[in-house]
Design a protein around this ligand. Sequence first.
Ligand code: PHE
Length: 491
Amino acid sequence: MPEARERWTWRGAFVFAVIGSAVGLGNIWRFPYLAYENGGGAFLIPYFIALVTTGVPLMILEFALGHKFGAGAPIAMRRLRESFEWVGWWATVVGFIIITYYAVVMAWTIRYMVSAATLAWGEDAGGYLFGQVLQLTDSPFTLGGIPLPVFIAFVIGWVLMYLIVRSGIKGVGRVVMISMPLPVLLLIILVLRGLTLPGAIDGINYYLEPDFAKLADPQVWLAAYGQIFFSLSLALAILIAYASYLPGDAEIVNNAFLASFVNCGISFLAGLAVFSVLGYMALEQGVDVAHVAAGGVGLAFVVFPTGLGLLPAGASLFAVLFFLLLFSAAIDSAFSLVEGVVTSVADKWNLTRSQAVTAVTLPAFLLGTLFTTGAGLYWLDIVDHFINNFGLVLVGLVECIIVGWFWGAKEVREYVNARSEIKLGPWYEFCIKYPTPLMLTLTLIWSLYKELRAPYEGYPLSALFLGGWAVVIAAPIVAYVLSKLHRREVS
Ligand code: PHE
């Protein structure tokens, strides 16, 4: 007996889940630094344009696909046209790769909640991270050992994801009631603490000082497009899966605008928290803000912990809150990735949820263990770089072309307009057909050019090949094979 498809159980569940997926490490450790580097306040212009011309249109497109075809990415694509199924798998495979390492970064945030209670990094946050916590080896090919505390945190993270996704879309809907608002609340607390610190205003000035000349640099525009893509969790089978659990009369356009604007607002807010603390830190250490500014792993696990350690009162409390912020932002992004893959798998082979969850989480956990070793950070960095610059953007481009030109941008517009309060104008079709694919193509060409000119971070070419090119190239091939596997029809 085929069971009826599960549905979100309360009105806001879907939009909470989408915001939860979008708001992640990218908002906190990627956006502020990106803005600072690419023109400060002026960066908000390309960012906003990218949001409205690419982010929102693609989000609407994925919602429409999931909603209309009532299935995860591969089967939704298949119902559009049989030969497109592999594109849905491509998004799914890329999502699967991301979850293998995203779970490891999440594990670090769990590990650091413990470190934060005693400010265990002392004066040397860098040494503590690379030496004690990660036990980083000196080359990608020296695996080293697996530090036990990180591994325990990794297991905890996976158990949580397993339980949440196994509890079904109802369970996900319940969890996001807390996991979506919690990081927002924590961020507000940190912003208030940050802004009242001496030196905060210098930090904010660095962050937002507009440099309009930068707008002439194409790299700034591409950075904006790349960030929008990553931040909104596009092209990963997630949004299609989430939308496939919507009731028939669901509202699409409002939700897409709401989720993407809230996500970007939170990124902006995170910048205030980050740069006010950096400003304070620069003042305390008698250096320039530029000297302490950083993004990524360096910001979250080195610079920021150092800055928090300098606080006059409640340093360990704020440090714990900061890692709780990172963890709570990461967890719903992490399980959204698992949910995307699980939905794809369950829909193709008619598996029960617990079968599908086991089939996905077990291999993802085992593969992810590689990233917990002493060489893990190198591989994580390489895979992440290639997947973000090539994997995601390629999938987004193909998705955009297929849906925009084959289903028809006009059909998408009519479909969503028929069930939305806000009506999309003809601008929507135009964006999907021309500027979006064009910008994505330019982003790809530019990334390729940069990659060939200077291999990423000076890693050995063999490591870049194995962790980067091979992964990017294998993804569509694996996807194609999956699409050809026999589908188990409902009997
Ligand atoms: N959107 C998340 C962030 O900004 C990252 C993410 C990407 C999550 C892809 C899930 C999938 O951090």
